[in-house]
Design a protein around this ligand. Structure first.
Ligand SMILES: Cc1ncc(COP(=O)(O)O)c(C=O)c1O
Length: 430
């Protein structure tokens, strides 16, 4: 038995399900992978096997594992005692850097996870507007809190009945949500014409990476922005996953649409647990102690993660950062397309910046959650299992179509190696 399997079985005796996060079980393996160490774009498991990493901590390690700049920043804070639950110069410097980098940010708050960030944005929008209803988009993921963990069993439907996606949730939360399909400007118009004066907020993934990689049409985004403004609804871009993938200013800069509030997570912390929410000053002033809306937490803005984030965001702002991301993206996505095509496999790649989706059995562009439903998960799981055997790590966390990605430490030579290994993996399938 491998050390990975042996250790997973051991962890199941003390850690619920053997994991710290339910989605950490890799569905293609049937258990969690157990890693020992990581460097750059590579990770090593407990048995010492090396993998080129195309999960990259679900997008958190955009710079790569063990980035020296982040490490130095963290060590600097540790050497000074890492005084937590206090404010320091570092907090102001990071807040200033973020406000100078992300278009909608005039004021920010630091918090711990993407889940917390969306929860606080929604609370703030309700506080500011005095309204309850939330407009959201089918399949878009906004974390694990009760306000957003609802979904429908009727794909493609306008304002369907919603069911809780976990047990243990208070009934009736569905009454506060209007859900419509993504990328449908006509349905955005309809939602606002029917519910506009009751909508506190509209929240979306501005690039819908949680379904692999779904890019919004300019008309969809323009309509959403215009309708939200006309109806006094707070437009929230959930950029937990999309920020820093294509450019330093996030999806909002890439799409040239500025929301009222946004969330940042994952990559913002450079591999350390930070999330951010923020936006217009007049909205953020509603937070205590200036206003009456609560956001607080003992570990908010821990100095270690603030220092890591400052180093990471500074790196994203460097001149050649995104030209490198683009050249790796092009080589990798074109290479994957050629690989699948040459083997006659009906597998589609959609990627933008540093993250991408793989759709098995789908040939046409995926533009919504509904479009992902024909995705052949059985084929995907076999591909991932074979890729892991050949030394490329993908993580299937159980979504209909999962997102994958690379980090900036990946070189063009590494891409060549990834494609060679995946070529061998594909041979196992055919
Ligand atoms: C768009 C989006 N929002 C929110 C979250 C939740 O973030 P976290 O897992 O840090 O709570 C995620 C996580 O994948 C996400 O992709």
């Amino acid at each position: 038995m491998s050390l990975v399997t042996e250790h997973f079985m051991r962890s199941c005796q003390s850690l619920a399900g053997g994991v710290s996060s339910s989605t950490r079980v890799n569905q293609a393996l049937g258990h969690a992978m157990k890693f020992d160490r990581a460097q750059g774009c590579r990770v090593w498991d407990l048995d010492g096997r090396e993998y080129l990493d195309l999960c990259c901590s679900h997008g958190a390690t955009l710079l790569g594992h063990g980035d020296e700049r982040v490490q130095r920043a963290v060590e600097g804070v540790l050497a000074r005692g890492a005084a937590c639950s206090y404010e320091s110069e570092l907090h102001t410097e990071l807040a200033e850097l973020l406000c100078a980098t992300i278009p909608c940010l005039e004021r920010v708050r630091f918090t711990g996870s993407g889940t917390e960030a969306t929860m606080h944005c929604i609370r703030l929008a309700r506080a500011v507007t005095g309204r309850n209803l939330l407009l959201r988009f089918e399949g878009n993921f906004h974390g694990y809190h009760d306000q957003v963990m609802l979904g429908s069993n009727e794909p493609g439907v306008f304002h369907p009945a919603l069911q809780p996606q976990s047990t243990g949730m208070v009934p009736g939360l569905d009454q506060h949500i209007v859900q419509i399909p993504y990328n449908r400007p006509d349905l955005v118009e309809e939602a606002f014409s029917r519910f506009g004066d009751q909508l506190a907020a509209a929240i979306c993934e501005p690039i819908y990476y949680n379904a692999g990689c779904v890019v919004p049409s300019p008309e969809f985004m323009r309509t959403l922005r215009r309708q939200a403004t006309e109806h006094g609804t707070v437009l929230i871009f959930d950029e937990v996953l999309s920020a820093f993938r294509t450019c330093a200013g996030g999806a909002q800069q890439h799409l040239d649409v500025t929301p009222d509030l946004c969330t940042l997570g994952k990559a913002v912390g450079g591999g350390y647990p930070l999330s951010v929410f923020g936006g217009r000053t007049d909205l953020m002033q509603r937070l205590m102690p200036e206003g009456d809306c609560q956001h607080s937490g003992t570990y908010n803005g821990h100095p270690v993660v603030i220092a890591a984030a400052f180093a990471a965001v500074s790196a994203y702002r460097e001149d050649d950062f995104y030209s490198h991301i683009e050249s790796v993206a092009q080589r990798l996505y074109d290479g994957l397309r050629q690989l699948f095509e040459s083997r006659g496999l009906p597998i589609r790649i959609q990627g933008l910046g540093a993250r991408f989706g793989i759709y098995c059995g789908i040939r046409d562009e995926v533009r919504s959650y509904q479009d992902t439903l024909p995705h052949n998960r059985e084929m995907m799981l076999r591909f991932i299992a074979a890729a892991i055997e050949e030394g490329v790590y993908f993580h299937d966390y159980g979504g209909v179509a999962c997102h994958h990605g690379f980090c900036a430490a990946t070189t063009l030579d590494d891409v060549g190696e990834i494609l060679d290994r995946l070529g061998r993996a594909v041979s196992r399938l055919t």
